[in-house]
Design a protein around this ligand. Structure first.
Ligand SMILES: Nc1nc2c(ncn2[C@@H]2O[C@H](COP(=O)(O)OP(=O)(O)OP(=O)(O)O)[C@@H](O)[C@H]2O)c(=O)[nH]1
Ligand SMILES: [Mg+2]
Length: 455
């Protein structure tokens, strides 16, 4: 018996249509009571246009299109009904309330997906892909999530798991049936096969560098003294007048965060308060925050004003060790020669050629975008192949590689098959955790806590 769960499947707030989703054993009973006029008409894989009402008061709630997915041919594998109502939060709340009164309970975050997993509709990596798909911020990450949702992860892992299992069988049977140790030729053969597996897993794990970039993106902070044009550059990169810009030093006092993408890489861009000593309490708190942002960013853009008579990178000492792009702004105010000699002076100090940019005219912005992503992507189409994008998957593959590696070493030392096998069984179990074949209850709880309600 699966208790019946209900949740709003569309975002809260007003919209053209809002969908309430019900899944479990009594969805048909609930729906029939809410639509007495067409109760007998409900057919699997059909939508019905019907009025729905509160069975207790007979009060009309809305005209709605209800769709019935009979288990197991549904998202969760159970009977599912979706009420597509007018997207008024009041109506949707009423529909949910009536469902609750008629025997459903509110779904936990990710509970629809958890049921899909429990009923074998999807493996764990596929369910996680549904979550990633909803959260994806770029077309490339959508593409990746769709591939994973359609089983690409298990497809990638299956040959590795098959081969591991094959080797385990060979070693297990050697343990069972052979009186003496395995002959050298067998051991060499098995080591070679394990080496090949290790390599395959390592190259899969290596895709995580790009995969993570695609999924999590980069945190990019604009840092510098007051009035150099940080907020102007922030706006220019976003293509909107998001931050306040004035000629007064100390305009920005708090951080501003906005999202943009550069060639399919999600970027969190952060504008900060100008770095300087100040007696203003609010501004000095802002400066303190700027320092913290600097420590946390993947890329720091260190801005200077090219018209500044005392142009220097002093003040950026704290950036040591960070991934810094030095940038001279306001190039529209100087001639080319002045700009180039300023750039030379800075590069002598930093051993790095600064970028010449004008936030006002937009000149140099393309170079800046290229410089931001350059250290993180090596080729032109970094997101075209299959990638590991989930830290959980990456960690499991990495641990599995370690197990295989130590098994190879044990094999070469002619250790007993039992010890070698232990590592290989672990390796296989770790790979199984990716798709959920060997996942423990509390791991599932942890994973599903990252889902939203109604999913
Ligand atoms: N000509 C020119 N003026 C610029 C450029 N970028 C910024 N400015 C001007 O410089 C002044 C300061 O710009 P902001 O963007 O507010 O500078 P900020 O670094 O955010 O300053 P704080 O928030 O006070 O730290 C404003 O008057 C801008 O119009 C540029 O590329 N060219
Ligand atoms: Mg500012």
């Amino acid at each position: 018996m699966a208790d019946t769960i209900v949740a709003l499947a569309t975002p809260t707030g007003r919209s053209g249509i809002g969908v309430v989703r019900l899944s479990g054993d009594v969805v048909l009973d609930i729906a029939r009571r809410m639509m007495p006029e067409s109760a007998t008409a409900i057919k699997p894989r059909h939508s019905h246009f019907t009025s729905i009402s509160d069975p207790e008061t007979s009060e009309l709630i809305d005209d709605s299109v209800i769709t019935f997915f009979q288990g197991p041919a549904s998202f969760t594998g159970e009977d599912v009904i979706e009420f597509a109502c007018h997207g008024s939060p009041v109506i949707l709340r009423q529909v949910i309330d009536v469902c609750l009164r008629l025997g459903a309970r509110m779904a936990e975050p990710g509970e629809f997906s958890l049921r899909a997993l429990a009923n074998g509709k999807m493996d764990l990596a596929e369910v996680e892909a549904v979550r990633d798909l909803i959260n994806a911020r770029t077309t490339a990450s959508v593409r990746q999530a769709v591939r994973q949702m359609r089983g690409e992860m298990s497809h990638q892992l299956q040959p590795i798991k098959d081969e591991l299992l094959d080797i385990i069988v060979v070693l297990e049977s050697a343990l069972e049936f052979v009186e003496d140790d395995l002959p050298d030729s067998n051991i060499d053969d098995i080591s070679e096969r394990l080496n090949a597996i290790q390599q395959q897993m390592e190259s899969l794990a290596a895709t995580f560098k790009t995969g993570r970039l695609l999924r999590e993106g980069l945190k990019v902070a604009l840092i510098g003294p007051p009035n150099v044009g940080k907020s102007s550059l922030f706006n220019a990169l976003l293509g909107s007048e998001r931050a306040i810009v004035t000629e007064i030093a100390g305009t920005t006092r708090d951080q501003l965060h906005e999202q943009l993408t550069i060639d399919d890489i999600p970027i969190s861009l952060i504008d900060t308060a100008g770095l300087r000593h100040t007696d203003d309490v609010v501004e000095s708190l802002g400066v303190e925050r700027s320092r913290r942002v600097m420590a946390d960013a993947d890329v720091v853009i260190a801005l200077m004003d090219i018209t500044d008579k005392n142009l220097t990178v002093k003040g950026f000492e704290e950036l040591e060790g960070a991934n810094v792009i030095y940038l001279l702004n306001k190039t529209d105010l100087v001639d080319r020669e002045t700009a180039e000699s300023a750039a030379r002076a800075i590069s002598e100090e930093t051993l790095q050629t600064p970028l010449l940019v004008s936030a006002k005219t937009g000149q140099g912005l393309d170079d800046l975008k290229r410089a931001v992503k350059e250290p993180f992507v090596s080729d032109d189409a970094p997101f075209s192949g299959w990638m590991i994008s989930d830290a959980r998957h990456h960690d499991l593959i990495r641990r599995s590689v370690e197990e295989v590696e130590s098994s190879i070493a044990l094999l070469k030392q002619r250790s007993s098959e039992e010890i070698t096998l232990l590592g290989l069984h672990n390796a296989l179990r770790l790979l199984g955790e990716i798709t959920g074949e060997t996942t423990t209850e509390d791991m599932l709880t942890r994973i599903f806590s990252t889902f939203c309600i109604g999913k």
